[in-house]
Structure formats: structure tokens, C-alpha cells
Design a protein around this ligand. Structure first.
Ligand SMILES: NC(=O)c1ccc[n+]([C@@H]2O[C@H](COP(=O)([O-])OP(=O)(O)OC[C@H]3O[C@@H](n4cnc5c(N)ncnc54)[C@H](OP(=O)(O)O)[C@@H]3O)[C@@H](O)[C@H]2O)c1
Length: 328
């Protein structure tokens, strides 16, 4: 099979397009013919081995070299074959999954307990946009954020992968949504259902005088202290991510928000999708929202498989309008 293999940390052009054996599914695994994948910051953090601090964290990146050999945490495709203990899937079924790795290849093995039928109304490319980004938005709003109908939520970074799902999921949960984004994406964020759009190039969302029950901080462009100015006294700040750095960021930004939690009246929490244990259940919830037409993936660009390094370079710039997907 064709696969992009990561042999050492570095920029996207170090990913090596190789011909290698397809993996063999274990008893509880399914072999999936990947038809589409998508690009996430998770991929290029693992690719570059940055921030360096994450190489030291338990369960983080590899200390001396990459822990993962084939990147790609989103996959949508078709079941090719199943292990002997698999009961819920058959060859030919359309599926999607949130993986630790393996999406940047023609085939990947997935534990049955992680695999979910693909939403019927989505193409493979659309479905591949969902797992990491939409799960993060769902965890941030519903679980960490405990968002309730009628509440007001502000999404900082509303126009990217996580943000475009967050705006729609917040609306589906019955909230009023303000989205912060750049000038080129205001129309997109508005079309996704945001009640208010704040252009970060002309306005500072921490100085509007408005108050929100929940701030979902995807972009991490302002300090938690500044964000707390727009929170209600009992509001919740959910840290999702922030600008990337070589040594510490975005981990430092997330943990500095958590550090003040014992000292303030508001809840200061984070979303952690990689460590989430309910990946399949969350994809089932998202499938329901998608099939009910409450959530639709916003796709910026679709690249052919051979151009995965170019797709990563584009996504890494941090201004994609929605998701960057790859047809495999
Ligand atoms: N905690 C977790 O489990 C988890 C899971 C997934 C992702 N993440 C993190 O979440 C973050 C976003 O991921 P993503 O996939 O959504 O990335 P993305 O698609 O690149 O989105 C980046 C967002 O940041 C916005 N942005 C850039 N500069 C900005 C500025 N100066 N002020 C305000 N917003 C600005 C962009 O808006 P414009 O394009 O309009 O400029 C865009 O909405 C990353 O840090 C990622 O590592 C965390």
C-alpha cells in the first residue's frame, strides 16, 4: 500500500511516500481501505516533535524520535476485512474513526470498539473532516464546558477546524454563539449560525463589555486572565489550544489557564481529545447531529494523497477556513 512514513522529526517534506505491506487486522480489529483523511495540528506536532516539552510528557511525543510512524488521526473509508471476533462490521461497510495514527495510508487497522458507521449524508472527504476537530468541539462545549440551552458562548478561533464545528454544535445545544475570527472568515462563521461575529483584526473580544457563560478558547491568542473579563462570575473557560511554539506552546498556554483555577470564581478547564475514552460514542453523537442536518463539515480544501506534505504546510499556517482534507 502507499503510505507516508515519518522516520525522524522535521518539516512536511521529510514525510516519505513509500510502498509498504498493508497491516493485518488482529482478532478484534477491522482493516479499513482509507478513502479520505484530514489534517490536524495533532499531526504536525507529532511530525515536528514540537513543542519539545511534549516529548517529556507521559503519553506524549517520542523522546528521541517520533513515536508514530504513519501520521493521520482521521480516517473515513470502507471495511476491507475483519478479525474473527468482530461482529458489528462486514467488508464493504462505510466507516470513520478517530485514530492515534495511520490515516496517511491506503489501509489502516482499527479496533472495532473505535469504529463507527459513516454518516449516510456525508462523502468520505466530508466524513474525514469530522473525528478530531468535531470531537474536540463536542468535548469542549458539552463535557468540559457543561453548556446548557439558552447560555451564551464565545468561540475564539471560530473559523478553523475545531471552531467551525464548535459554532454549529453550540447552536445545536441551544446556545447563543459569538465567534471570533479573521476578516476573511466572517461570512463563513456567520453562515454556520453564529449570532455575532467579532473580527479580531478590528475588535478585541476581551474588551467588548459583553459577558458569556462559556468561553471556548480554540485559538489561544489572548491570556486566560484577559478572557476572564468576558466571563460571567460563575462562567467556564475551556482551553483547547493556542499558537504553536518550539519549546512550550500551546501546552504552556493551556496549563497556565488551569493553574489559576483554584484562585478564581470561574471554572478553568481544558478539553483533551487524545485521552478521551469515549471516542466511538462521541462519533455516534456527532453522526446524529450530522444526519439531523444540525452540523455540516466546513471544508476549505481537498488535496490528493500525494500532496499530503503540501496539505500539512497549508494547515500549519493556521488560517484554513474550516478543514483541510485529503482524498486517498
Ligand atoms: N485539546 C485538544 O484535545 C485539541 C484537539 C484538537 C485541536 N487542538 C488545538 O486547537 C487549536 C486549533 O485547532 P484547529 O484544528 O481548529 O486549527 P485551525 O484550523 O488552524 O484553526 C485556527 C484558528 O485560529 C484562528 N486564529 C488565528 N490567528 C488568530 C488571531 N490572531 N486571533 C484569533 N484567532 C486566530 C484562526 O482564525 P482565522 O483563520 O480567521 O485567522 C482559526 O479559526 C490548535 O492549537 C490545536 O492544537 C486541541
Amino acid at each position: 500500500m502507499k503510505a507516508f512514513v515519518l522516520r525522524s522529526y522535521g518539516p512536511p517534506d521529510l514525510l516519505e511516500l513509500t510502498d509498504t505491506d498493508a497491516p493485518v487486522p488482529g482478532d478484534d480489529e477491522v482493516l479499513v481501505r482509507v478513502r479520505a483523511t484530514s489534517i490536524n495540528p495533532y499531526d504536525w506536532h507529532n511530525m515536528r516533535g514540537e513543542p519539545y516539552i511534549a516529548r517529556l510528557m507521559p503519553g506524549g511525543l517520542g523522546l528521541r524520535g517520533p513515536k508514530l510512524s504513519i501520521l493521520g488521526c482521521d480516517a473515513a473509508g470502507q471495511v476491507e476485512s475483519v478479525g474473527r471476533d468482530v461482529t458489528q462490521f462486514r467488508p464493504g461497510d462505510d466507516v470513520f474513526a478517530l485514530l492515534e495514527q495511520g490515516g496517511f495510508a491506503e489501509y489502516v487497522t482499527v479496533r472495532e470498539s473505535l469504529l463507527t458507521p459513516k454518516p449516510e449524508n456525508l462523502s468520505y472527504e466530508q466524513a474525514a473532516a469530522v473525528p478530531m476537530a468535531a470531537t474536540t468541539a463536542l468535548l469542549g462545549l458539552r463535557d468540559a464546558g457543561q453548556l446548557r440551552p439558552g447560555q451564551k458562548v464565545l468561540v475564539n478561533g471560530a473559523s478553523g477546524g475545531v471552531g467551525t464545528f464548535a459554532v454549529q454544535i453550540a447552536r445545536a445545544l441551544g446556545a447563543k454563539v459569538a465567534g471570533v475570527c479573521g476578516p476573511q472568515s466572517a461570512d463563513l462563521v456567520s453562515s454556520l449560525g453564529a449570532d455575532e461575529v467579532i473580527d479580531y483584526s478590528t475588535g478585541d473580544f476581551t474588551r467588548t463589555g459583553q459577558h458569556y457563560d462559556l468561553v471556548l478558547d480554540v485559538a489561544g491568542t489572548r491570556s486566560a486572565a484577559a478572557c476572564r473579563r468576558v466571563l460571567t462570575p460563575k462562567g467556564t473557560f475551556v482551553s483547547v489550544g493556542g499558537p504553536a511554539g518550539r519549546w512550550l506552546q500551546p501546552a504552556g498556554h493551556v496549563f497556565s489557564a488551569l493553574a489559576v483555577a483554584p484562585l478564581v470564581s470561574q471554572r478553568m478547564v481544558m478539553a483533551d481529545t487524545a485521552r478521551c475514552t469515549q471516542k466511538k460514542q462521541n462519533l455516534e453523537t456527532l453522526t446524529q447531529l450530522i444526519e439531523d442536518r444540525k452540523v455540516t463539515p466546513a471544508i476549505d480544501r481537498c488535496y490528493p494523497f500525494e500532496q499530503i506534505p503540501a496539505a500539512i504546510s497549508y494547515q500549519e499556517q493556521g488560517h484554513a477556513r474550516g478543514k483541510v482534507v485529503v482524498a486517498v
